[in-house]
Design a protein around this ligand. Structure first.
Ligand SMILES: NC(=O)c1ccc[n+]([C@@H]2O[C@H](COP(=O)([O-])OP(=O)(O)OC[C@H]3O[C@@H](n4cnc5c(N)ncnc54)[C@H](O)[C@@H]3O)[C@@H](O)[C@H]2O)c1
Length: 386
């Protein structure tokens, strides 16, 4: 195989990054065999695709009737992932599907069964799992350098306004056409920093830790959002490790990610002093030594594509398996069963900036920092959001 032939599905949103990477990095041993997209203006957005005669199809079935792909990369809406992954595996392609892997644990299990049946892999696009520094941290955890895990917590909140929710027909929705989507900061924009904690606690490099319980407080600030837009979550792994996670779209400026992973022999920090833009995970060991994992969570987000291409050429499975996405999916499902409290109007602040409209919770930063410090839920920290 000279170059991996790639089918790209869903290229006008986040998937545009895959188009750019494949078109502009000739050293990547892969080329686009075809595009699957329902938007009518693919060639207007990417004239290079037209110049290079790369065909656009409306469905993967149409593509596979005419062509073959060694690898399919799927960045379509969440509720389409399952059927598209199954179609591509059955057609003989390996798959890199964007996170979250699909909408139910049952679907994820049947993807794993289909990987076994076809002999092709399905990898998931949680890009932080692919970062070399993070994999090194996980190896050190697996090798026992940190001892027993005691507690993990992360705060990550990003401001999102009406433009974000208006960009498609599924943002902020619980269901689309009767299919659960459960879109929220927890499931989508801030999914990575939760998933990474389950990934780091997995008992093998390509496994995430399973969960035994999920608790949370869910809030809706913007009443036009169907699902919740602010959440505090506490899960426990089956080994009994508590994981706290705080996320929101309703704040003045992005907050975090700040993280603390406590172990018997030391603690890993991301942004220990809450400095802006901290992107380095640093372990401070009880014996006074310090290890930097040199990770920048925002960089190298295409490592997942490089790994998927490499495994397609040389064998193996990219590190983020379908199983690595299941604990996050379980948490999403447990949260979907919980009530969502509407934040009272008296706590909200609305602003218009650069043509966008934002709905903020006035005391969100203060409450979330207290919750994060003390491992509390907003109601325990006196948020007054109910
Ligand atoms: N890894 C990350 O950091 C990251 C960031 C953003 C989004 N995502 C994920 O990427 C996926 C897409 O998110 P988005 O925000 O770009 O969504 P979007 O709705 O903005 O874009 C999805 C694209 O898929 C196309 N599409 C819709 N139906 C299709 C179909 N039947 N066949 C082919 N194409 C179809 C749409 O036209 C659009 O171009 C989601 O799973 C999301 O969670 C990942």
């Amino acid at each position: 195989m000279e170059k991996v032939q790639v089918l790209l599905m869903g290229v006008c949103g986040y998937g545009s990054g895959y188009v750019q990477e494949l078109l502009n990095h000739p050293s990547l041993p892969a080329q686009i065999a075809g595009i699957c997209e329902v938007a009518p203006d693919v060639y207007e957005r990417f004239p290079q695709l037209k110049e290079q005669g790369i065909p656009v199809y409306a469905s993967p079935e149409e593509f596979y009737r005419e062509k073959q792909a060694d690898l399919a990369v799927i960045a379509t809406p969440i509720h389409l992932h399952y059927s598209q992954v199954i179609t591509c595996l059955k057609a003989g392609s390996n798959v890199l599907v964007e996170k979250p892997v699909c909408v139910s644990v049952e679907e994820a299990q049947s993807m794993i069964a289909m990987e076994r049946e076809t002999g092709h892999f399905a990898a998931v696009g949680y890009q932080m799992d692919y970062a070399p520094g993070l994999k090194q941290m996980k190896q050190d955890i697996l090798d026992g350098k940190f001892g027993r895990p005691l507690l993990m917590k992360t705060l990550h909140a990003v401001r999102r306004g009406r433009a974000y929710y208006g960009r498609n027909g599924w943002a902020g929705r619980r269901e689309v056409n009767g299919c659960p989507v459960n879109d929220s900061p927890f499931n989508n924009s801030c999914a990575h920093q939760f998933q990474i904690m389950t990934f780091l606690l997995g008992d093998a490099m390509d496994r995430a830790a399973e969960l035994s319980s999920v608790q949370g407080e869910l809030y809706r600030a913007d009443s036009r959002v169907e699902n919740f837009d602010t959440a505090a979550v506490c899960v426990r792994t089956t080994a009994g490790v508590p994981i706290y996670y705080y996320t929101s779209h309703n704040l003045k400026a992005d907050l975090g990610a700040f993280a603390q992973f406590r172990f018997e022999k030391g603690t890993v920090y991301l942004g220990k002093d809450y400095g802006n833009g901290t992107e380095e995970y640093v372990a401070e060991m009880n014996d006074g030594s310090r290890v930097s994992y040199g990770i920048n969570p925002r960089s190298g987000f295409m490592q997942k594509l490089y790994d998927a291409v490499n495994c397609t050429l040389h064998g193996g499975h990219p590190v983020c398996t379908v199983q690595c996405g299941i604990p996050h999916l379980e948490a999403v499902h447990a949260l979907a069963e919980m009530p969502v409290a509407q934040v009272p109007e008296s706590k909200l602040v609305r602003t218009f900036e650069n043509g966008d409209e934002f709905c903020m919770i006035g005391n969100l930063e203060e409450v979330f920092l207290t919750c994060y410090e003390k491992e509390q839920m907003p109601s325990e920290a006196g948020a007054g959001w109910k």
